[in-house]
Design a protein around this ligand. Structure first.
Ligand SMILES: Cc1cc2nc3c(=O)[nH]c(=O)nc-3n(C[C@H](O)[C@H](O)[C@H](O)COP(=O)(O)OP(=O)(O)OC[C@H]3O[C@@H](n4cnc5c(N)ncnc54)[C@H](O)[C@@H]3O)c2cc1C
Length: 249
């Protein structure tokens, strides 16, 4: 079985995000980057499936040089092959999905895993768009997966219940938390990943349709007010919440 996993590097949640000079994008230097957490579920499921059914897992990232760090982490977790699709210039969702679809097509993948969302831009769209561009089924936010002969059975958490969906392969699965417990990379895996070759691919189909009109910081929060200490402060706190903040009646 041939399995692909799409991974994206995102800023570490501890990183101090600053906008660039013309506020068109974030300043990417001096940030530490990590693999998106949902991508780790995607990798784990791909590795488990390849372990159960036999097959190879290829991890693919569309990005600049930083993407290599994510690919090495995936190699250290145990994936067999890594591909960086070179990103040059800015691309919106469609440009990104086009580039990934071009890198995937004609390679005979039976299953394509993605995280359900990348927790920086949070679009939760690439998996669906890639599946649509490749004209194959997509099951989103999967929290349980069974892979059969030529088909999959997936479960999704929905408000008040669980949805069970079947699809034929090839298909795209976007991974939700709960799908599995991602493994840690072993020391041996980390050492081996350093030596592994990362294939580089150039794609041409990167059409974008939207422009970034601007990015803004959230409005600054007003300074807090100390109304006193202990139980004696409660009446004044309640008065301020009622009369000034008007959040209680
Ligand atoms: C006008 C414009 C310009 C932009 N320019 C840039 C730019 O120069 N550089 C830049 O990094 N971003 C750029 N972006 C952001 C970029 O388009 C988004 O990161 C991308 O569309 C994916 O959206 P997302 O991160 O919300 O992914 P989601 O849809 O939330 O991601 C879901 C899953 O898809 C997979 N995935 C997402 N992105 C990738 C990827 N690149 N490679 C492999 N798998 C992936 C992962 O498995 C991920 O968990 C730009 C956006 C706009 C609107």
């Amino acid at each position: 079985m041939k399995i692909a996993v799409l991974v994206k590097l995102v800023p570490d949640s501890e990183a101090q995000i600053k906008l660039n000079a013309d506020k068109s994008w974030i300043e990417t230097r001096d940030i530490s980057w990590v693999m998106g957490p949902y991508d780790e579920y995607a990798i784990e499921e791909a590795l488990k499936t390849a372990g159960d059914k036999g097959g190879e897992v290829t991890v693919i990232s569309y990005g600049d040089e930083q993407a290599v760090d994510g690919l090495r982490k995936a190699l250290a977790m145990g994936v067999h092959n890594a591909v960086r699709v070179k990103r040059e210039g800015e691309q919106d969702l469609l440009g990104t999905a086009n580039a990934l679809a071009e890198a995937l097509k004609d390679n005979g993948y039976d299953l394509i895993f993605t995280g359900f969302k990348a927790n920086d831009d949070d679009c939760a769209a690439i998996g669906t768009m890639v599946g649509t561009l490749l004209d194959i089924p997509v099951i989103t936010e999967v929290s349980k997966l069974e892979v059969g002969e030529g088909n999959v059975r997936a479960e999704r958490d929905i408000e008040g219940g669980r949805e069970i969906i079947e699809a034929s392969m090839p298909c795209v699965i976007t991974a939700q938390k709960g799908l599995n417990e991602p493994r840690y990379a072993s020391l041996k895996g980390i050492m081996m990943a350093k030596k592994k070759q990362i294939e580089e691919v150039v794609v041409t189909h990167t059409e974008s349709r939207i422009e970034m009109a601007g990015l803004n910081y959230p409005p600054e929060r007003a300074a807090g007010k100390v109304v006193g200490e202990g139980a004696e402060a409660v009446p004044e706190l309640v008065r301020l919440l009622r009369e000034e903040a008007k959040v209680i009646e």
